[in-house]
Design a protein around this ligand. Structure first.
Ligand SMILES: *[C@@H]1O[C@H](CO)[C@@H](O)[C@H](O)[C@H]1NC(C)=O
Ligand SMILES: *[C@@H]1O[C@H](CO)[C@@H](O)[C@H](O)[C@H]1NC(C)=O
Length: 199
């Protein structure tokens, strides 16, 4: 069954519920209601988001700090490029590839670079997995799953100046949430009812 069929009514009717499972972060559905969302069923980039359209939490430490939430079964791909689309320099983060068992970063020549991870069970079609993508001013790129593993992935990407981002899941349908309101009222779990859904 299409997992979004289950999640949809739950999402809209129960904004105050959040789902949590195992080692996963709990994301309040109330927060997801503040996000923009993007659905895709494709094993390659179909849409490149210009970086200006994404909420970037720039700080003294990071020139890039993006937060996404994804619901999918396997291989959530986040592609960062230096152009309006494919660009010349391209890094791809694959989270929960190989049936949700392995995550890695690849550079423009499709070579796996830096720190990879064999953490299993990061993704779920039933609850949103938060993914944070950060780049330091010296070019170091990292990917984290807040509350679960940080960094999940990390590599030197000093040749990358991000201009656009594309999102998809390889051989799976995926639902992405971005530009969420990350204010405390949406972030804290206090006062929210937690329900655990069986997989
Ligand atoms: C990708 O990484 C490999 C291994 O570090 C390196 O040899 C190669 O030159 C890199 N490719 C590009 C296009 O930077
Ligand atoms: C924004 O970045 C700062 C500094 O890295 C961090 O403390 C804060 O939690 C971030 N906020 C969000 C919403 O990610």
């Amino acid at each position: 069954m299409d997992p979004t069929r289950i999640i949809y009514p739950l999402f809209f009717a129960s904004a105050f519920l959040s789902v949590t499972g195992g080692s996963h972060s709990a994301v309040p559905f109330l927060k997801l209601a503040t996000c923009r969302d993007f659905n895709i069923k494709s094993s390659e980039c179909q849409h490149y988001f210009p970086i200006d359209m994404l909420t970037n939490n720039i700080s003294n430490e990071y020139k890039l700090h993006l937060t996404f939430y994804v619901m999918t079964t396997t291989a959530a791909n986040i592609v960062l490029t230096d152009g309006n689309n494919k660009g010349k320099v391209r890094y791809k983060a694959v989270v929960g590839g190989y049936a949700n068992t392995y995550s890695w970063l690849r550079n423009t020549s499709d070579t796996t670079v830096g720190l990879d991870s064999h953490k299993t069970g990061i993704l779920s079609p039933l609850w949103p997995t938060p993914i944070v993508v950060r780049q330091k001013y010296d070019g170091q790129l990292s990917v984290a799953i807040p509350g679960v593993i940080d960094p999940l992935l990390r590599a030197d990407a000093s040749d990358l100046e991000v201009k656009s981002v594309c999102l998809y899941a390889w051989q799976a349908e995926s639902r992405w949430f971005y530009n969420c309101n990350e204010d405390n009222e949406y972030r804290t779990m206090d006062g929210y009812t937690c329900v655990k859904l069986q997989q």
